[in-house]
Ligand binder design. Structure first.
Ligand SMILES: [Fe+2]
Length: 314
């Protein structure tokens, strides 16, 4: 029962995907309570004070150019370039994944590599200037606006994305989805510019709001995930060696045609110059943009997903 009160999102979990509990509205209740708690935590910790913060509240997304003063940016950029080059010298990036889908982490002294389909993600240990980034006062306020909590510095990486060939190994992060069932934040502080070719972040403005249309969609997806779980249990009981677990994921996918049905606008891609901070509430719909194989992105990155049912802000 405990898992219901945590961030657990997969429907293969005994309680989260429990058919009877879901018949009585478990998914709906988890969403509503988590939403109320993040609003309560936000109210404890921060009030909107400028246009960027208002944009994040309204759209679920904001890109702030020239985020750091020039001299600070230059020092951080040099440190990040040196770290990325050192990782490249120690371990030249592998060209192709060995398996489809999300790969395992390949650990090194400097961090680790992980493929999402054809996309190579290099998570590089941040240097001292990069490691201090989450302590930036403006950044902390944005994290609180999304979740009502500041982000742990341990969730912070120097992150290099190397785009591969989609035709060979599909990257599931290029499909529209929402990460989980409650407000949570991802950020990218781009060191180098991101062009249309480099796979810019794509977001559907306003899709972080829990409207009645969104709730209906959530319930429909949860119902399908419960059905997938019942089918998986049936096949397991019938002795099938490894029946598919597809369909039980908690990161619900969405087709582009569904946005209009939910009164949402067109998705927008966000190519940005270097020294731009991108913050997104990834309860909203998003994806990694299409890219030319071989192109790269370099950013600081963090995944801020605090437990959704703890009512104390920080
Ligand atoms: Fe995502």
């Amino acid at each position: 029962m405990y898992s219901i009160f945590t961030s657990m999102k997969v429907f293969s979990d005994h309680w989260v995907g429990h058919p009877s509990l879901n018949k009585y509205g478990l998914h709906r209740k988890r969403l509503k309570v988590a939403q109320a708690i993040s609003n309560f935590r936000r109210a404890q910790t921060v009030r909107v004070r400028d246009a960027h913060e208002q944009r994040l509240m309204d759209d679920g997304f904001v890109a702030i150019e020239n985020f750091l003063p020039d001299a600070e940016f230059a020092a951080l950029r040099d440190e990040c370039h040196a770290a990325a080059e050192a990782a490249e010298t120690a371990n030249p990036p592998p060209e192709k994944p060995e398996v489809m889908g999300f790969g395992d982490s390949d650990r090194h002294d400097w961090g680790f590599d992980r493929f999402d389909g054809s996309t190579l993600n290099r998570f590089i240990n941040p240097g001292p200037i990069a490691a201090a980034f989450p302590r930036n006062g403006r950044f902390k306020r944005l994290a609180r606006l999304v979740c009502g909590k500041t982000m742990s510095a341990r969730r912070n990486w120097l992150y290099q994305t190397i785009n591969g060939d989609e035709r060979e190994f599909h990257d599931q992060q290029r499909e529209f989805h929402r990460d989980t069932f409650f407000n949570c934040m991802k950020y990218w502080y781009f060191i180098d510019p991101v062009t249309e070719d480099d796979g810019p972040f794509v977001y559907v403005p306003g899709s972080h709001k829990l409207t009645p249309e969104r709730m209906a969609w959530e319930e429909k997806k949860a119902e399908a995930a419960v059905e997938a779980r019942v089918e998986w249990e049936r096949r397991t009981a019938a002795g099938e060696s490894s029946p598919t677990r597809a369909g039980m994921t908690g990161s619900f996918r969405i087709e582009e045609e569904e946005f209009a049905e939910m009164d949402l606008p067109e998705p927008q891609a966000y190519p940005v110059p270097g020294n731009t901070l991108v913050v997104a509430n990834v309860f909203g719909f998003h994806r990694r943009g299409d890219a030319v194989p071989g192109t790269r992105r370099l950013s600081l990155y963090g995944n801020h997903r605090p437990q959704p049912f703890i009512p104390i802000g920080s």
